[in-house]
Design a protein around this ligand. Structure first.
Ligand code: ATP
Ligand code: MG
Ligand code: MG
Ligand code: MG
Length: 468
């Protein structure tokens, strides 16, 4: 079996051999974009190169970029543990052309890697193109895709833009068919959300520049940006359907099974997955300098940690669990990411402290939650005031409450929660008045709340969420 570490290497080698500069992953906290919470795509560190603001000594590059999608507009947090293909932290493999090659070479490089080097049968692949992009359609046909599996998509799913202005263009996504035994239809079909056809690679063709609302011009030197999920391609190449059955995740899940003496495949399956995923996100975020806090990036981290900790509690862990899993994480990923090795003591201490503190209120909060939901039936909704009390008194992030109720098919009244929060904020503001200044974090948080997160609007407009 090819390990995930070998697959990462083989992707980077493929493009390095073709003259691409091998660029190490940038940290998860973006240095070039204060409006973006975390790097969420491989192109983010190259944003200014694409717009021409920054020059580099190379015109093509390849990287394996650490990404987090757990807040703001690109939020995959709620999917974790429940789909086969989503993580909060994942690695995006990519190749980039800054005004160098364009569609034809991008498609042929992708094709030779997937069907050549990796030997994936072409019959398993389906690709999408933007409905007007005849050029991409013809290139896929020429390279060997039958027309019936080149699907024209008219929605923003297949048109990418960096923001309201700037580079933009059609994109082409490559899907792997895991087989008819799994529910789900091909892209563009009514049941495309199933996990049968999994999107493995997105090729973005930056060929226009949006100058203002009305004007779109051709870029003199079009560019390429691609993103492939390492964990998804690892599943394909390891012959499993589910990312959580790949080597890295299996090792992490086995460790949490051992430490909690619970089965990893029965009722606790989702909990083990959440723990493994959130362990990675927490470890990498701390290694990149994020610490749990009550606002901003640190609050996203705290939410991730506490959510994992509730699942550890579900598994019956009598002592803090997460920090004891860090050695497994370092064993799996430390060679590729030495920052994990360097930060290991800090990651362990941070997790231990957070879990020790949170455990003191977790049990009481869960008791309150049990009482409040005692008489409820599937489909019912927990009052926002209760969710707020859990947040305010017991340190339950909103989404933790939501996640806790999900198994019983209960919802939470979000607007009631927001109203209670607003009320408390107003009271706090009234008390703050007189000091004459507004804390910068508070300003940031106001913006984040108003717009639902100030995430960088770049990369992918899937889910129609590419823009503020
Ligand atoms: P999906 O539609 O499956 O949510 P996406 O279209 O949002 O994926 P892109 O923004 O196109 O994903 O990112 C490029 C690639 O990164 C995807 O093709 C996929 O392989 C991978 N990827 C995206 N989101 C995740 C995630 N949450 N976990 C793991 N891999 C991901
Ligand atoms: Mg995509
Ligand atoms: Mg998609
Ligand atoms: Mg997505």
């Amino acid at each position: 079996m090819t390990s995930t570490n070998d697959i990462r290497r083989s992707f980077l080698d493929h493009f390095a051999k073709e003259g691409h500069e091998l660029v190490p992953s940038a940290p998860l906290v973006p240095h070039n974009d204060p409006t973006l919470m975390f790097v969420n795509a491989g192109m983010v560190p190259f944003k200014n190169v694409f717009t021409g603001l920054e020059k580099r000594p190379y015109s093509t590059a390849t990287s394996s970029q650490k990404c987090v999608r757990a807040g703001g507009k690109h939020n995959d947090l709620d999917n974790v543990g429940y789909t086969a293909r989503h993580h909060t932290f994942f690695e995006m493999l990519g190749n980039f052309s800054f005004g160098d090659y364009f569609k034809e070479r991008a498609i042929s490089l992708a094709w030779s890697l997937i069907t050549g080097t990796w030997g994936i049968p072409a019959e398993r692949l389906t690709v999408t193109v933007f409905h007007t992009d005849d050029e991409a359609f013809d290139l896929w046909k020429k390279i060997g895709m039958p027309e019936s599996r080149i699907i024209r998509i008219p929605t923003s799913d297949n048109f990418w833009s960096m923001g309201d202005t700037g580079p933009c263009g059609p994109c082409s996504e490559i899907f792997y068919d895991h087989g008819a035994h799994i529910p789900g239809g091909p892209p563009g079909s009514p049941d495309e959300d199933g996990d049968r056809f999994v999107e493995i690679w997105n090729l973005v063709f930056m060929q226009y520049e949006q100058v203002d609302k009305e004007t779109r011009i051709d870029l003199p030197r079009p560019s390429i940006d691609t993103g492939m999920g390492l964990e998804r391609i690892a599943a394909v190449l390891q012959g499993v359907h589910d990312n959580y059955d790949t080597d890295t995740f299996k090792a992490l899940i086995a460790a949490s099974g051992e430490l909690t003496r619970t089965a990893t495949n029965g009722d606790f399956k989702a909990s083990h997955r959440v723990i493994a995923d959130h362990l990675r996100a927490s470890g990498f975020l701390v290694a990149d300098g994020v610490l749990p806090a009550n606002e901003g990036r640190g609050y996203v981290l705290r939410r991730i940690m506490r959510r994992a900790m509730r699942h550890a509690h579900l598994l019956g862990a009598a002592e803090p669990l997460m920090y004891r899993l860090v050695p497994s994480l370092v064993a799996e990923m430390g060679a590729a990411y030495p920052e994990l090795v360097r930060a290991q003591p800090l990651i362990e201490e941070t997790l231990k402290l957070e879990e020790t503190r949170f455990r003191q209120t977790l049990a009481n909060g869960l008791r309150l939650l049990d009482e409040a939901t005692g008489g409820m039936k599937p489909g019912d909704v927990l009052p926002g005031a209760v969710a707020f009390k859990l947040y305010d008194t017991f340190g339950f992030p909103y989404d933790l409450t939501e996640d806790a109720l999900r198994a019983q098919d209960l919802g939470v009244d979000r607007s009631g929660f927001d109203a209670a929060m607003a009320e408390q904020k107003a009271a706090a503001r009234a008390a703050w008045k007189g000091s004459g200044e507004k804390a910068s974090d508070e300003v940031w948080f106001d913006i984040a709340e108003e717009f639902g997160g100030t995430e960088f609007t770049g990369y992918v407009s899937e889910e129609g969420d590419g823009q503020l």
